[in-house]
Design a protein around this ligand. Structure first.
Ligand code: FAD
Length: 294
């Protein structure tokens, strides 16, 4: 199923993200995660591609996405990065995805390798989106966006101008980088609409349940920490159980507010944690049911 259709008939779509384990040979861990997630009321599950990982890990994306579809009957979205890739390499991956029945692709640039990319055939995600659209109309192409501005962009206005190029290249839906401050998302959504970008945007939400996650996540994506959230982290940072509870509650509050403010989608970064995904899904399920039946 083309997930663009989901966004046409649902007011708010709910999705999850999983990733292939970094270590070769530990693929079972994500299979266990998927088994643990079975039966949850989710509209689709996306699978990351090679983020900081090996070639072997990249190959697992298609395998995991295929399992999500065939074994669990849930629509998968396969992430795909283009930086450093050649047209032939990407053509090969598209064939593999199509043969596995995977129709939805999150087209990404990927992070620039420190030593510079081997090939500059695809400098931006918009180039990949355009390439996929030209190669085969079977695929539905989605993209990423950054409410707090991508690190490489001079400012948010420039970043949104570039985002428009990605949408003009054929991206039908966007998912945001994680954020903790909904007001930043609402301001971004307004700017994006003013720029003439009309595709649905899903809010990427990550529950923070461990102290180590805070520093790592902020360092990786530069998300702002609002005062209310900073207080929770500092208050409970020495008590793992309390921090877990406070982090989950914050995440549920964030989603509650987003749904009340007509967000088109919530995409939960599960970090492959079954407990976290189950908790957040159970605590927010009635919100999605309520807006989608209205
Ligand atoms: P782009 O859209 O190409 O943007 C990158 C920079 O280039 C921005 O500054 C933008 O303003 C500028 N730009 C974009 N288009 C143009 C243009 N046409 N002309 C000039 N400038 C332009 N990484 C992984 O490796 N694997 C994953 O699975 C993965 N999943 C992700 C999922 C989500 C929802 C998000 C938000 C990020 C994900 N990432 C993943 C990280 C992503 O690869 C990095 O953030 C990367 O640095 C940028 O990717 P992009 O697709 O947003 O790039």
């Amino acid at each position: 199923m083309n997930i663009a259709e989901l966004f046409k008939f649902k007011k708010t779509v709910y999705s999850l993200e999983v990733f292939p384990p970094k270590k070769a040979g530990s693929i079972e861990t994500v299979y266990n995660t998927l088994y643990g997630l079975r039966g949850l009321p989710v509209d689709y599950i996306s699978v990351t591609y090679g983020a900081g990982g090996s070639e072997q890990q990249r190959q697992k994306t298609c395998e995991i996405a295929s399992l999500i579809k065939k074994e669990y009957g849930i629509e998968p979205v396969s992430h795909l990065t283009c930086v450093g890739s050649t047209r032939e390499e990407l053509r090969g991956i598209l064939t593999e995805l199509k043969n596995a029945g995977i129709q939805n692709i999150l087209a990404l640039r990927g992070d620039m390798p420190a030593e510079g990319p081997v090939s500059m055939a695809f400098p931006h995600a918009s180039d990949l989106a355009g390439f996929i659209r030209e190669e085969d109309s079977y695929f539905n192409v989605t993209g990423a966006c950054y409410p707090e501005c991508h690190v490489d962009a001079a400012n948010i206005d420039e970043d949104i101008e570039n985002l428009k190029k990605k949408v003009d290249a054929g991206v039908t839906q966007l998912t945001t980088q994680l954020f903790f401050d909904n007001e930043i998302f609402y301001r971004f959504r307004e700017k994006v609409e003013k720029a003439g970008i009309n595709v649905p945007i899903s809010a990427g939400i990550m529950p923070i349940v461990r102290k180590s996650q805070v520093e790592r996540t902020v360092a990786m994506c530069g998300a702002s920490i609002p005062t209310r959230f900073a207080r929770l982290i500092s208050k409970y940072s020495e008590s793992p159980e309390a921090l877990n509870q406070a982090g989950l509650s914050y995440c549920v509050d964030q989603i509650t507010d987003l749904v009340a403010n007509d967000v088109r989608g919530v995409h939960l970064y599960t970090m492959n944690s079954v407990d976290t995904a189950r908790y957040v899904t159970a605590a927010t399920e009635s919100l999605f049911k309520s807006v989608n039946k209205a």
